[in-house]
Design a protein around this ligand. Sequence first.
Ligand code: GDP
Ligand code: ZN
Length: 445
Amino acid sequence: MIRSSKTESTLKEPIPWKLNRCRIVHPENQSLIDDGLAVYFKAPYSYTKLPTLELHVHSGRAIIASLLTSLSTIPLLRPAEPGEFTKQALLGGRLDLTQVEGLHDLIEADTEVQRIWALEGALGTTRSKYDDLRQKVIHCLAQVEALIDFGEGEEIEEAKIEATSLLEQLKEHLNDHRRGELVRSGIRMAIFGPPNAGKSSLFNYFANRDASIVTSIPGTTRDVLELTLDIGGLPIIVADTAGLRETEDIVESIGVERGMQTAKGADVKLCVLPLPDVLDPSSTPDKTIINIPEAVAPLLTQDSHILLNKSDLVPSINMTTVSIKNVPGLDLTGRVWAGSVSNGTGMAAFTESFSSSIKISLGIETGSGGADARIHAPLITRERHRVHLEAACRFLEAFLSYGPDDVVFAAEELRYAAQAIGRVTGDILADDILDAVFRDFCIGK
Ligand code: GDP
Ligand code: ZN
């Protein structure tokens, strides 16, 4: 509930920041609603910086209905809009826009990495990074403005050295392979391979339920099936695709084509191959040699992953040295595993190593996983941030292109650069940004 403006109250002020046990009664007829608790947050030390009273009642539907009805009899009191408390916190300066977005992501986080990154945003790591950058641009601007009033044109060089370093920092920050956006919105992973390799079985293994039809008739999966899963703390949108093979069947060939497109566009490519079919006879106990089926080879790239499935059907093989015989130059060292989806052999190790490999290849984690693995933060988690930061880069570049006689124009570019960064944190707020940020907030936050 939000109180629209100041109302006079005859009640005495509760002790602030203390959980007070109290009888909650109807404001007019004093009838008892519940035996509950109340906390009073005295302004400005509340989330919204406004005086806030929090009532803790038993969660029964009738209690809440009765409470809300009785509260609505109090003049000027009305239910809050979705995100209104947080919006108030933003307008009161308690939070900046990146913290609001982080908070929203935190509420929405489904997986561990999403939670960790959202928390960084909510606690203000992103904010301080951009505040700092903006301050540095403003420092450059101050130097240049001093020149306009008093200086010699030569001294612009000093501001240019600073601006060059800021531009480099920004560019490096932007060159993040969009991993922030990927983790926020889900990493697209395609499971592909020849028919009957065990793709759908693997999809079901990941899903831990029978989400995809598994049969021994090749060509059963005709379309692309998708499911969002938590794999090693990452939100992964897994797509099970039709087996890649030459086919006369029109419907199946559409499925094959779609599967190929899905695999090409995926952030993570996981190829499943049936080990008995692809194991080259020249393999030795020291070295495993595999042959990639012709229809699959064009989809394999240097960042692909391979699971050699149905290991239960072959004698044990050596996975430390694996080479691909028929695709010269393709080196997937460390990204080829063997296992059996149907009896579970090697699957736990595969899942762990695979998710860690994804984290490293997407630059989410440094090192080789394990305890010393570090997750990079803060990151650009939204296109909105990227647009403004790219604009800031362009303004800095424009600034650098001016000669010593154009200080007035040069200063203008720095001012724009600072404004662009300010738009990320919300120092410069526009109604359309606010609407976009709060549109999908839940009620009561
Ligand atoms: P897809 O065509 O690649 O999606 O393959 P499916 O998941 O439909 O599996 C094809 C057949 O292989 C089914 O009969 C599965 O039960 C079987 N299969 C899947 N994984 C294994 C495995 O690890 N070992 C053995 N022996 N059979 C498997
Ligand atoms: Zn399938």
